[in-house]
Design a protein around this ligand. Structure first.
Ligand SMILES: Nc1ncnc2c1ncn2[C@@H]1O[C@H](COP(=O)(O)OP(=O)(O)O)[C@@H](O)[C@H]1O
Ligand SMILES: [Mg+2]
Length: 421
C-alpha cells in the first residue's frame, strides 16, 4: 500500500539521505525552504506504515511544533501526502481537534510545545518535531522523551539551527560519530542547505538575493543551516564611515516616524527617534538617554512624560513603542495623549532586524543610519557583545544597552494605525 503513497514523490539528495537514515532518532537540520517539512512528512508516514506492518494494536503518534500555527503546517503536509488515497487511508480528519485518524487504528495528534500541559499523555509509537530547535528544551526532556520509552517509539526532528542550544547538544551531537563523548548509535543526522531543494525553480535566485541582503552569520544560519555560535560583537557590520550621518545627509521628509522607549530610573531610560524615508531607509535623528528621570511625578523636575510631550509636539505623527514590562508607565503616556503602545521585545528577532538593516546591500547601502548627535547610541553599538558563558542563549550581555533596546523596539514593532487610538 505505502509505495503508492510516494508514487509521484521525487526526493532531492538531502531528503533521500533522510529516508535512508535508519536510526531510531533522526534529525534533519537544513536551510529555510529546503524541503525539511515536505521530506519529513513523507518519512513520518513511511515509518508509521512500517510500524503498522509489525506492531499489533492501536498506534499513536504526535506531531509537535513550537506553536499551533506550525503544527497546522505539519497537518497540511500530511494531508497533502494522503490526499490521493484519502478514502482508503483516512478515517477522520479532525482539524479543529488537531487529530488525524488513519484506517488501521492509527492516530496522529498535533501538539504545540508552547503549552507543556498538552504534552501529558499516552505512550507514543513515534514523534515528529518540526522547527525542533525552537521548541522549549523542557518539552523534550520533561515529557516527549519519556512518552517514547514505553512503546519503543522513534522520533524525527526537522529544523533550522538555533545557535548551540539543546537541539545541538542533546540531539545533533549524539548523531556525530566524530564526537566519541556524545555519539549514540540510536541517533542519525542529515544536513543540507536551501540550495539542495532543486524542486523550486526560483529558489536559487532567492538564495542569491538573501546572500546579498543578510548579514553573513544570519545567511549562514538560515540558508546553510550552520550551527556556528554567535560570538564577539553583536553589530559587526557597524562602520562609522557608512552609518553615521550629519544634518546635510538627512532626507527632506519622512514617511513615518517612531519613538522607541526603554524605561529606566537608576539605569538610564532611553527614547530613540527614527524616521523612515521614501526608500525605506531608517534614520536615527534624535536620542534622549538619562538616568534618575521619573515617569510622571517628580516634584518639579522634568519627567519622561515631559520629554515625550516635547517629542510628540515636534513629531506629531510619531508612534511611541515602549518596553512592555511597565504597563503603568504606558498608561501615564496615554493619559496625556501620547500615542504609546507596548513594543515587540523579542531579543533575537530584534537584533537580527537591526543587523539586517545595518548590513549594506549592494543596491541600497545600509538601511539604518544614525545622526552623529546620538552619542549614547553610537557609544553603545561597538560595545554590544554576545554573552559568552552561555552561547546557547543567543543573547547579548545586558549592559549599556538602553539606547539599543529602544532602537530595537522602534524598528521591530509594527505600530497600530493612528485611527486605533
Ligand atoms: N521533493 C520535492 N518535490 C517537490 N517539491 C518539493 C520537494 N521538496 C520540497 N518541495 C517544495 O519546496 C517547498 C518548501 O519546502 P518545505 O518543506 O516547506 O521547506 P522547509 O525546509 O522550510 O520546511 C515545498 O512547499 C514544496 O513545494
Ligand atoms: Mg518547514
Amino acid at each position: 500500500m505505502t509505495h503508492h503513497l510516494f508514487e509521484t514523490y521525487r526526493p532531492h539528495a538531502g531528503q533521500q539521505a533522510l529516508h535512508n537514515a535508519a536510526a531510531r532518532f533522526t534529525a534533519v537540520c537544513a536551510g529555510v525552504r529546503s524541503g525539511k517539512t515536505f521530506g519529513t512528512a513523507r518519512e513520518f508516514l513511511r515509518r508509521v506504515y512500517a510500524d503498522r506492518f509489525w506492531k499489533p494494536g492501536p498506534l499513536h503518534y504526535w506531531a509537535v511544533a513550537p506553536t499551533y500555527d506550525l503544527t497546522n503546517v505539519q497537518h497540511d503536509a500530511l494531508v497533502e501526502v494522503l490526499s490521493p488515497h484519502w478514502r482508503a487511508l483516512v478515517r477522520q480528519n479532525l482539524k479543529s481537534e488537531r487529530r488525524l485518524e488513519l484506517t488501521g487504528g492509527i492516530v496522529i495528534a498535533f501538539k504545540s510545545a508552547h503549552d507543556p500541559k498538552t504534552l501529558v499523555g499516552v505512550g507514543l509509537d513515534g514523534l515528529w518535531m518540526d522547527e525542533a530547535a525552537r521548541v522549549d528544551p523542557e518539552a523534550w526532556r520533561g515529557q516527549l522523551r519519556m512518552r517514547l520509552s514505553d512503546r519503543l517509539g522513534w522520533a524525527l526532528f526537522s529544523t533550522t539551527p538555533q545557535a548551540r542550544n539543546w537541539f545541538y547538544e542533546e540531539i545533533w551531537r549524539r548523531a556525530d560519530e566524530a564526537d566519541p563523548e556524545r555519539f549514540d548509535p540510536q541517533f542519525a543526522s542529515v544536513h543540507f542547505a536551501t540550495t539542495a531543494n532543486t524542486a523550486l525553480p526560483h529558489l536559487a535566485a532567492e538564495v542569491d538575493q538573501a546572500r546579498r541582503d543578510l548579514p553573513e552569520r544570519y545567511f549562514a544560519r538560515e540558508y546553510l543551516a550552520s550551527f556556528d555560535a554567535f560570538i564577539g560583537q553583536v553589530y559587526e557590520e557597524f562602520d562609522p564611515a557608512t552609518h553615521v550621518v550629519v544634518d546635510a545627509d538627512l532626507p527632506a521628509a519622512f514617511k513615518e516616524v517612531r519613538v522607541g522607549v526603554d524605561w529606566g530610573y537608576r539605569n538610564p531610560g532611553a527614547m530613540i527617534v527614527v524616521g523612515r524615508d521614501g526608500d525605506d531607509v531608517w534614520w536615527v535623528v534624535e536620542e534622549i538617554v538619562r538616568a534618575k528621570v521619573a515617569v510622571d511625578s517628580s516634584h518639579g523636575n522634568k519627567t519622561w512624560v515631559d520629554y515625550a510631550k516635547e517629542l510628540h509636539r515636534k513629531y506629531p505623527s510619531a508612534r511611541f513603542l515602549c518596553d512592555p514590562a511597565m504597563p503603568g508607565h504606558l498608561r501615564s503616556f496615554r493619559a496625556v495623549g501620547i500615542p504609546a503602545q507596548a513594543a515587540d521585545n523579542r531579543v533575537a528577532a530584534g537584533i537580527q532586524l537591526v543587523a539586517t538593516l545595518m548590513h549594506p546591500s549592494p543596491e541600497t547601502g545600509p538601511r539604518l543610519r544614525v545622526h552623529r548627535r546620538c552619542t549614547h547610541l553610537l557609544a553603545e553599538i561597538p560595545n554590544y557583545r554576545w554573552q559568552e558563558d552561555d552561547i546557547a542563549a543567543e543573547e547579548p550581555v545586558k549592559q549599556d544597552d538602553h539606547a539599543l533596546d529602544a532602537l530595537r523596539y522602534a524598528l521591530l514593532t509594527k505600530p497600530h494605525q493612528p485611527g486605533y487610538w
